[in-house]
Ligand binder design. Structure first.
Ligand code: PLP
Ligand code: SF4
Length: 476
């Protein structure tokens, strides 16, 4: 049986200009183009301001001092299905039941900050794009792809020391904590991040002595490592002292030149940067010490939709700017959340306006339970085409596929082969492994009927993979 398709939505892309006449062909350089909407829109500068959270009934009595308090944000995050049900009391019963069933089926635990809850339009939560990003509905669920696996990126298989992934020659990924202030439904690290759910018993990092001792020792004894991604979980959850310990220990290693603290915090709890002085001071002191040593400290954040950016985010990013800390954004292309050229352009312009560099847009990883959020590769490539040029080239994200099986990040356009009917694309990654081929798979429900049909037959699957392999050999 072919997978059931999500409701069809109108094609979000403007029509490709026909080249029927020379005049049409050059329409885009006519002088009146400067007056067109695309040029006049300043929407990216209009951020939600004031006490916007009061429009959401459970927060109607929350004053600004309380809402801006990061401890209040953490304490009042919804973190269980019963808490989300309590939060939703009074909204449409059928919707609440759909959420409850969606959460029961989900591989990821739930945690959402009041900040994000206050930005969702609860009068129409089914259609709201932030709701879709953070809260699953059973009615939206699609079957997993037949090839779906946990730890799709092979982080555990590339792990030479506890809490460390070493895939590229000069940089490593340090898993500093296992918790986040929000849990993303589509998290790549759903194999280890968050509490156990009904569906999955999480792999736990076993720790001996200092949590990071083995990782630090590995970095210290591997002079090729210049760049450390301090990830998680989310480094927002590190205590100020832990930020200093990690930062200073790494700075003391002569060959470490760059480090990035990864946090979704700028997007989901920006008030921490405005109000948690101890944490910001810790980061600032590491940043300033790095600068005095000729090294770089940056923050990598994760903002997926322009509606996550408010006047509070503007204040938060200004705090980091004032402290000379570069902020970059890496986000995922999510179906029916941000997979629309207008939304992505707005996101990119808004980030740029706040001096946050759009760095990567990821093709959605292979994560179980969230097939309805994945887009086919051809859609992502088309998005890139329609978005590039909307602002300065240095603020244009690279659209990448993080390869299944641990091949690393590759420009989404750089496939060796792509069959739109089977949805199989094949990449190489010479720096990681010059002999390996890496496969990426479009969601089944987006394939043409003949492609969907082939995936239902188990004897066809090895044949489709072999055909894709052969096609690459023929081309090279
Ligand atoms: C993403 C990632 C990095 C950093 O890659 P960049 O392309 O430099 O951002 C490093 N190590 C691992 C394992 C990664 O997944
Ligand atoms: S913030 Fe990052 S690590 Fe945490 S759940 Fe989201 S994607 Fe996963």
């Amino acid at each position: 049986m072919p997978a059931e398709a999500l409701p069809q939505k109108p094609d979000p892309f403007p029509a490709t200009p026909s080249s029927s006449s020379l005049e049409d062909h050059f329409a885009h350089i006519r002088p009146d183009r400067a007056e067109s909407d695309a040029f006049a829109s300043l929407e990216h500068r209009q951020l939600r301001d004031g006490e916007f959270w009061r429009e959401v009934p459970p927060f109607s009595k929350i004053d600004a001092a309380t809402f801006m308090d990061p401890h209040w944000q953490l304490k009042n995050s919804v973190r269980s299905p019963s808490e989300i049900s309590a939060f939703l009391r009074g909204t449409d019963d059928e919707f609440v039941a759909d959420v409850e069933r969606g959460l029961a089926l989900a591989p990821m635990s739930i945690r959402i900050t009041p900040y994000i809850l206050s930005l969702i339009d609860w009068r129409n939560p089914r259609e709201d794009r932030l709701r879709r990003q953070f809260l699953p509905l059973a009615s939206e669920k699609l079957p997993d792809h037949p090839i779906s696996v946990l730890d799709a990126l092979g982080e555990r298989s590339h792990s030479p020391a506890e809490r460390l992934t070493h895939r590229y020659p000069d940089r490593v990924l340090l898993i500093s904590v296992d918790v986040c202030p929000v849990y993303c439904r589509y998290c790549t690290r759903s194999y280890s991040v968050g509490a156990n759910t009904n569906k999955i018993s999480k792999f736990k990092h076993v720790t001996t002595g200092s949590r990071w001792a083995a990782a630090f020792e590995y970095i210290r004894t591997h002079p090729a490592v210049e760049d450390v991604v301090i990830s998680g979980g989310d480094t927002y959850m590190l205590k100020p002292d832990e930020v200093r310990v990690i930062g200073n220990t790494l700075l003391d290693i002569p060959h470490v030149r760059r480090m990035r603290f990864a946090t979704k915090g700028v997007g989901i709890m920006p008030m921490k940067l405005v109000r948690d002085e101890a944490w910001l001071d810790a980061l600032t002191s590491v940043g300033q010490r790095a600068r005095s040593m000729g090294k770089e400290v940056s923050v990598h954040t994760h903002i997926a939709h322009p509606a996550e950016i408010t006047a509070i985010t503007r204040e938060a990013s200004r705090m980091l700017w004032d402290r000379s800390i570069t902020v970059r954004n890496q986000a995922v292309v999510l179906r029916n959340v941000n997979d629309d050229p207008e939304i992505l352009k707005l996101l990119i312009r808004r980030l740029s306006y706040l001096n946050i560099h759009p760095y990567y847009m990821f093709q959605h990883d292979f994560v179980p339970g969230v097939e309805s959020l994945r887009t086919p590769l051809h859609h992502t490539l088309r998005l890139e085409k329609h978005v590039r040029g909307a602002t300065a080239g240095y603020n244009m994200p690279t659209f990448v596929v993080d390869l299944l099986g641990g091949g690393g990040k590759r420009d989404a356009h750089s496939f060796e082969h792509y069959d739109r009917s089977t949805g199989i694309s094949v990449y190489v990654s010479p720096v990681v492994d010059p002999n390996a081929l890496y496969f990426h798979f479009d969601p089944i429900d987006t394939l043409p009927p003949e492609g969907q049909e082939r995936w239902t037959r188990s004897d066809e699957i090895p044949r489709m993979l072999e055909d894709a392999r052969d096609a690459v050999r023929l081309c090279s």
